[in-house]
Design a binder for this molecule. Sequence first.
Ligand code: HGY
Ligand code: MN
Ligand code: MN
Length: 408
Amino acid sequence: MTPELSDRHLLANLDALARIGAIDGGGCARLALSDEDRQGRDLVVGWMKELGLDVRIDAIGNVIGVRAGREDLPPVMTGSHIDTVRTGGRYDGNYGVLAGLEVVRALNAAKVVTRRPLAVAFFTNEEGARFQPDMMGSLVYAGGLGLNEAYAAADKDGLAVGDELRRIGYLGATKPGALRPHAFVELHIEQGPILDEEKVRIGVVESVQGISWTEYTVTGVSNHAGTTPMRLRRDAGYLAASVNLFARKLAWEMGGDQVATVGALVLRPNLINVVPNRAVFTVDLRNTDEAKLQEAEARVAAHIAEVAASERVAVESKVLARFEPVIFDPGLVDRVERHARALSLSTRRMPSGAGHDAQMMQRLCPTAMIFVPSVEGLSHNVKEHTEPADLVAGAQVLLNLIVELAEG
Ligand code: HGY
Ligand code: MN
Ligand code: MN
């Protein structure tokens, strides 16, 4: 009989972690490798040690707490991330890591030692809000990005990942990916509206949609807003705005899972009476279907070329992240569904709209995800919320699945 998992520590630890980088409205801002991220890391590492885990920090700052098994075999791993976006909620990523610690606490309390070792991880810079690409730590762990390329990634102020890792004391010694898991399971909030709208308790995640992040730098000519006739304008801000409108219209027209977001936009000189001569903006395109995602990318690029020609502005583009859709291990996905139903929890199969570390771990071992509902589908928003009963239910599914895998 697998042990019961208590909500006491899970809810308390979620609150304690959310107090680090706390922002108005109940959310938290702990951008990757910031001082707040370091404080959050230190707190979770302390909890890992209190639980008796052997804590290892790798060369990209991934932190893995290992619990010995009866046999020295590849571990069953769970985990997520504890970095957040600037308008972060308290559950995105944090929940999966802290639920992993509760799995350990329940097994410790029950004095259960599983056949396989267990590992609870948090990966560096999952969000990609400060440094791109997102899922950086798990991508390096899975061998998809070299350490030096990751170290060189810089934020808007020119601060580089390698230097920031060293500055916060998390440039570890172990080789990323040296600990190759037997299986990986990530517990996460859905961050979308489906489970909440359908009143379903557990999301059985079959896949993660493809992600395309591009940054565009547009160069026009600054000019007087009053004296410059429209026919003479070379307005960088106009191109940025037209791409936003085009991408949104395109997503509606393509329908299905297609989404498009112009999330970041900086105009220069950003003054009321000056035609902007520079615009730097990002386009985030996603789709569960790779061919459709490529179609969206091509149509946005064609639109940009057309407007750049007519507005006589120059455009440079930089790919910040590009990941194809990932399909999780069907056998492991079936197990998630079975364990949820064994607890009489309603389930529905679904893709993930958000990117996750699990999509990188699927490159190394059978991987699956468990979702719990996000109230009103809000996330990357301080109002992000999941009911305690759902938090505990998801963690119990995780515990039961992990114990089964660890005896396998
Ligand atoms: O952008 C994403 O999907 C994730 O939050 N990094
Ligand atoms: Mn996340
Ligand atoms: Mn996120």
